[in-house]
Design a protein around this ligand. Sequence first.
Ligand code: FPP
Length: 235
Amino acid sequence: MLTPLNLQRTPRHVAIIMDGNGRWARARWLPRAAGHRAGVQVLTPLLETAGELGVETLTLYAFSTENWTRPETEVSTLMSLFLETARGKVPDLNERGARLRFVGRRENLPESVRAAIREAEMLTAANDKLDVYIALNYGGRSEIVDAARRMISAGLDPEDVNEETFARYLYAPEAPEVDLVIRTSGELRVSNFLLWQIAYAEFYVTDTLWPDFSAQEFRRAIESFSARSRRRGGV
Ligand code: FPP
């Protein structure tokens, strides 16, 4: 274990855009799938470190609503990898006390993936050490549209719709607001990730490609957050 950081404030909720798997693979003359596989290896040290540092909630962007436009072979490789990862890692995550949940439009995912999601959520439902949300077939705009649809179906009076009631119809209303967004591979974009939840989030962008993202760099990101003063529109 590394030395504990002197943190003034730990972010409660960290959301991560895991980008750069393809470039990592290309730099090694490997197929893109090898980059995604290497990306999965980062998850265990990341979750361990999150627990050590006192982060309560992590959201990981695994597959966006836009990712369906990738070549069919890559999409099916990713779906197989999600299944394989669920089989290989969920028991371990469960033992470590992580509660897994998935956010996104499930209806378009293959039935095998939906079944793995249901199983992982059921198995880990009672855990309370760390909440881990996997964004799968997720889009921030879709989430807002889905929330509006559900609100209308529930027959809410327009007078009763405010930010608080709206937030109750999002995919994970129980999750605290996002404090810190980390994006790897140097892109300065939000890419339709948690549009509602990141309203006041701090950003940490690193050039490191996702498969090279280490526990140490995760600690640096948390440290950087801890040193900032958040004004939320005030002075
Ligand atoms: C972005 O790299 C990464 C993805 C679209 C998939 C992320 C998935 C994983 C890391 C593995 C599974 C994770 C979980 C939580 C099960 P990219 O392909 O966009 O890279 P590029 O921009 O360099 O092409």
